[in-house]
Write a protein that binds this ligand. Structure first.
Ligand code: UGA
Length: 444
């Protein structure tokens, strides 16, 4: 088992540290915020992430995991040093590498001879060399080992990865890093550094493209009178297409897709390639948020001025409390700019939020609302009592931007209902037919 340092305790760093300790390694994680380090050492984690708190507590309890202030303290004695630092979007869309650069500068004099520095942050092609140049030591290898975990299922994804990608010019260093994952049953792909860095961006860009594609198909379905649930079901039977990541919605968001797609457009541009397709995907995502806003406006009768909108869901997706680049927030901003007042409920988000009345009860969010809008795909929402919702609303209207409800059921209860790419108002006499043909999108 190895001695490992993890620099940065954000989503990726904290999960990486916790699961490497779970695999039996001795892990020291570093952060720069004293209060965060103190809380982590008490086993309290600052994010909503299934199973992570338990795993951190397990590591602390068994003495294999600890948290320290400052990267220099963590790397002393470490054979492997993971850099898990934020790479936020810079002003021109490119990834801001300053956190990675600062950390590399800080740790350089303290690294043990023979240590391997592993870049897990999502960084542009060439960053392995950049970090190696900053460290400037021939006895230290630097490799790329991108992370593919999803928020909300981070622990599961780390323990059951689809693949481990390791990119390095130094094959021996790459093999040593591969050894860290020996107990996981996952294919390990060793590439050159530039390819590993590109795999990460290309994967996120492809997934974002998939979601934007299905959103476009959903919009088309509305225009031609088709149903996206049935269309996706038919497409997904082709194994080359598959059914995953084809749920239409209010557009993709989060801390990764928006920044990574823009960064890749920029990386391509800097390299002299116009990634036209991806530029289109980014633009289509903004257009999707506009389209959902217009749908809500139409549902409200043509104007949002003075309209009370109840919102279910603020997080960028279910299973997390993360509001970074959340489509829900982007749409709420648009609604408010057009004169609507918004009262919102999200099971993982407590207020106050700038200008949004956040309540702790889903029915309170609908109380007196002219329209109810579902913006995050929390399964819990589909279990709520629509009869009670109808009773408290000023008028029974739902825009279900995650296609959580059965449209026929909502219509039967008297709601004006619109999903994304579904047929809008459904005559209750069509109920039987719909139930027969309803797909996994529909729920009672
Ligand atoms: C994403 C990738 O899925 C991970 O593989 C990657 O490691 C991570 O970014 C990262 O780079 O760190 P994450 O940001 O947690 O993970 O979110 P996703 O689950 O990919 O969802 C992104 C957005 O797409 C969400 O807003 C989600 O609601 C939306 N989405 C996803 C849809 O609208 N429809 C779908 O079918 C799937």
């Amino acid at each position: 088992m190895s001695k490992i340092a993890v620099v940065g305790t954000g989503y990726v760093g904290l999960t990486t540290g916790a699961y490497l300790a779970h695999l039996g390694h001795e892990v020291v994680c570093a952060d720069v915020i004293p209060a965060k380090v103190e809380r982590l050492n008490l086993g309290q984690i600052p994010i909503v992430e299934a199973g992570l708190q338990e795993m951190v507590q397990e590591g602390l309890g068994e003495g294999r995991l600890s948290f320290v202030l400052g990267a220099a303290h963590a790397v002393v004695g470490a054979e492997f040093v993971f850099l898990c630092l934020p790479t936020p979007q810079g002003e021109d869309g490119s990834a801001d590498l300053s956190y990675v650069q600062e950390a590399a500068t800080e740790i350089a004099p303290y690294l043990e001879s023979g240590a391997i520095v592993i870049n897990k942050s999502t960084v542009p092609v060439g960053s392995v060399e950049m970090v190696a140049d900053i460290i400037g030591r021939a006895d230290i290898a630097v490799v790329s080992n991108p992370e593919f975990l999803r928020e909300g299922t981070a622990v599961h994804d780390c323990l059951h990865p689809d693949r481990i990608v390791i990119g390095a010019a130094d094959r021996v260093a790459a093999q040593r890093v591969a050894g860290l994952y020996a107990t996981l049953k996952a294919p390990i792909l060793i590439t050159d550094a530039a390819s590993a860095e590109t795999i990460k961006y290309a994967s996120n860009a492809f997934l974002a493209t998939k979601v934007s594609f299905v959103n476009a198909v959903a919009n088309l379905c509305e225009a031609v009178g088709a149903d996206v649930g049935q269309v996706v079901e038919g497409m997904a039977l082709d194994p080359r297409i598959g059914g995953l990541f084809l749920n239409p919605g209010p557009g993709w968001g989060g801390s990764c897709f928006p920044k990574d797609t823009r960064a890749l457009v920029r990386i391509a541009e800097d390299a002299g390639y116009d990634f036209m397709l991806l530029r289109g995907v980014v633009a289509a995502n903004t257009a999707q948020q506009d389209a959902v806003t217009h749908k809500i406006e139409r549902m409200a009768g043509g104007s949002l001025s003075g309209v009370n909108v109840g919102v279910w869901g603020l997080a960028f997706k279910a299973g997390t409390d993360d509001l970074r680049d959340s489509p829900a927030i982007a749409i709420i901003d648009r609604l408010r700019a057009r004169g609507a007042s918004v009262r919102a409920f999200d099971p993982a988000v407590a207020g106050p939020l700038d200008g949004i009345d956040v309540v702790s009860d889903p029915y309170a969010a609908c109380d007196g609302a002219d329209v109810l809008v579902v913006l995050t795909e929390w399964p819990l929402f589909a279990e709520l009592d629509l009869v009670k919702v109808r009773e408290v609303m000023a008028s029974p209207r739902i825009v279900d931007a995650r296609n959580l409800f059965n449209p026929a059921y909502a219509s039967m209860l008297g709601f004006a209902y619109e999903g994304i790419g579904r047929r809008g108002w459904i005559d209750p006499s069509e109920l039987d037919m719909l139930e027969l043909s309803d797909t996994h999108y529909g729920r009672e």
